[in-house]
Design a protein around this ligand. Sequence first.
Ligand SMILES: O=P(O)(O)OC[C@H]1O[C@](O)(CO)[C@@H](O)[C@@H]1O
Length: 458
Amino acid sequence: MPEIKKAHEAMDVMRKTGVIHAHLSKDGTPEKVLFSQLPYIEEGNLNSPESIARLKKFGESARNRVDAVVSLGIGGSFLGNKVLFDVQCGSYWNLKTKEERNGYPKVFFSGNNIDPRSTKDLIDYISHAADMAMNHDKKNPHKYTVMLICISKSGGTLDTMSNFMVIYNALKDNPNVEIEIVAVTDPNEKKPTLLKKMAMENNWESFAVPDGIGGRFTIFCEVGLVLAAVTGFDIEAFLEGAKQMDIACQNDDIWQNPAMLNAALKYIAAEKYGRDEEVMMPYGDYLESVSMWYIQLLAESLGKQFDKDDKEVCYGRTPIVALGTRDMHSQTQQHQEGKLNKIVQFIRINEWDNDITIPNAFPEAQKLSDISGVTMGQALEVARQSNADALTSNKRFNALFSMPKLDAFNLGQLLYMLAMSIAYEGELANVDAFNQPGVEAYKRIMGPKLQEVKAQNK
Ligand SMILES: O=P(O)(O)OC[C@H]1O[C@](O)(CO)[C@@H](O)[C@@H]1O
């Protein structure tokens, strides 16, 4: 297909020069697209040996010193970090002892909504933990050190900054709390973002969301890697996985290039078969956040009203989060028999660490006896395969991404492949996959509205 060849050439140009035809930044000026550089830890690159060494040092300095990290951000400044946290730490991290956490801090997320109840709950939790640390820890009474990692590329996003101010204000005069602030934002010091300016004025440690890296690609830069560092996640293995995938994606044979194949199939499914919804259904609890991360990647990249020639196309697919096996008992009915407009994608872990055999705990109960004697990983895969077979038998498009193991390397491979596939599809559909003009519409309404409410409050 000549279109695929052309898209592949465009990816080659992007890799070598950062240029994506017709891509403009928010202010209408040409802007480079540099995410494909991030997997390469090299001198002079966005991720360099020095920057990785600094991140590791930063992570080590938090270890056995910082009690809790609050990661504040939204969109690309949150979703990738949640993926890394889930894969590295799992659901029970904050319930573990410091020793079980290897000395790394507890981690909380905030700023991804403007919800007074959950923000207050977090403040109450930290205040209580600080009181316990100072007044009830007989062996080691200490101030509770809280690191607020404030992440915003633009440096002023309402959701992030409002929570930042509320939490900071609530904790700053607490005698039991020691606050440290880390800013992750556009590093330009000449035209600083609000957050960068505050970081410079207050001497806060800061990390970069570099130019040319859109929010939804920031998991591979310091946005994701700062959180990786404070949880002991293997940064190098993660980037190595992404790098190996990038190398595979340089192949011009579609059967050897996973991103090209994935993009071509999805483009055909959309254009020829009217598949305009995309279900991402990982099998495994700690991968649900991959599906949530993917929502932004797909929606902001391909959901475009106009193509690069200003023709109205209204392109894109609506992303849907699903989790196997949970949503087999809720969504699958719709996937199996509803509108013929979906692509269902599965993610499977081939080999689980510490897989558990389902025991024959009640031998007298025949039905339970029948499901015993296999591992949970095996049962999970039987469920997934059965779902896929049923969908296929009813002309329902479905695909499978297999991860050999749930680890940093394989996660890097998977996420990078999805990012690169989106870039390919942008070229196939002739839409700019690297802007998000549609999010400005509500922002233009929201700013003045907030000021109106403020005026009424006076
Ligand atoms: O990092 P920032 O600038 O706070 O933006 C957060 C998110 O908001 C968006 O700009 C959409 O409103 C996303 O593209 C971005 O990831």
